[in-house]
Design a protein around this ligand. Sequence first.
Ligand code: F6R
Ligand code: MG
Ligand code: MG
Length: 383
Amino acid sequence: MKTTISVIKADIGAVGGHLKPSEKLKQRVADFVAENGLKKRLLIDYFVSSTGDDVSILMTHTKGTLASEIHKLAWEAFMAGTQVAKEQGLYGAGQDLLKDAFSGNIKGMGPAVAEIEVDERPSESFLFFAADKTDPGAYNLPLYLSFIDPMHCPGLMLSPTMKQGFKFVIMDVNYTEGDRIIELNAPEDLYDIASLLRDNQRFVIEAIYSRTTGDLAAVVSTTRLHNIAGKYTGKDDPVALVRVQSQFPATGEVLSPYAIGHFVAGTMRGSHVGPLMPVKANTMPTYFDGPPIVCGLAFSMHNGKLTEPADVFETPFWDHVRDKVAAKAIDLRRQGFSGPAMLNISELEYGGITERLNRLDSKFVVREEKREVVKAAEKILRK
Ligand code: F6R
Ligand code: MG
Ligand code: MG
């Protein structure tokens, strides 16, 4: 049976700043989806969850990807949630809903979207990741390691169903006139893939396919909110779906890279660098609006019906990782705005600094005596 898994995520308002949606808001979104999706048989199943200040609606159905009625359902559920956010005075009510009215497809309207249509395997297992206070490039390194590197994915050496490797679809997310993508194959294009994925702010993994079966293995939301809005509206907190086991990496092979706590863009004012901390569901980013967090929920699915989620980062092992990541976060924070602790000027999510630098630029002077020395030196060199 062909089933589509759609996850659509938005920040529509949070308690006490950018921390977490209220229970009432989440309940309103879930009730809306139950009433208008499940009851009307548009959906087979759904699961509403939150990561930091973002609400995700995970849905299963048979309408395929980019289905207007599914996207409209999510949009309207977020609108209903935004109403609650306004009534409760939540911060950033409706923040990610950047357009006034729904028009066919939620992509480009603010919310993040990741969708996979699957030919259901007898035991279909997948992971749903949601990250907060970061951007889609945060998944570049973990996905690269899980799907390319036998140090994390020994299945690439051991499993006959993975021996041909995977195809990567990588998007240039700075390009705004359409979807600019490139397809590269691992392992033979490994150095090309690495050369692109090094730049997490520009090149983002959009999808990964098995080269053995042709099946879609993983998808990542690639929204860039400031490309849509033309100004800062918040970081593009990304969601991802990754199918696991059999012809795909095992659950543990997909999770292994998250023990690194690699540095990503985001955290305070979407303008800094911080280590990605794997967290339990419903964790808030309360240190310097960070550190960037990622939560992972594993599901099994049969005929589109979902099990309850398994919260993959809740075990004692990840407490140890979190301690180490917290230490990394504090270490980098100690150097404040200096050098690699803060993002490049083009990635800063607030315009204030550009105005400041422009003002300062006009106040710069060139020392006359030095100018004379340079001129004299040039004259001699020319002779
Ligand atoms: C990061 C984020 C926060 C805010 C910060 C200031 O994605 O959302 O770090 O940037 O809390 O928020 P404003 O400018 O809305 O007061
Ligand atoms: Mg926010
Ligand atoms: Mg967020």
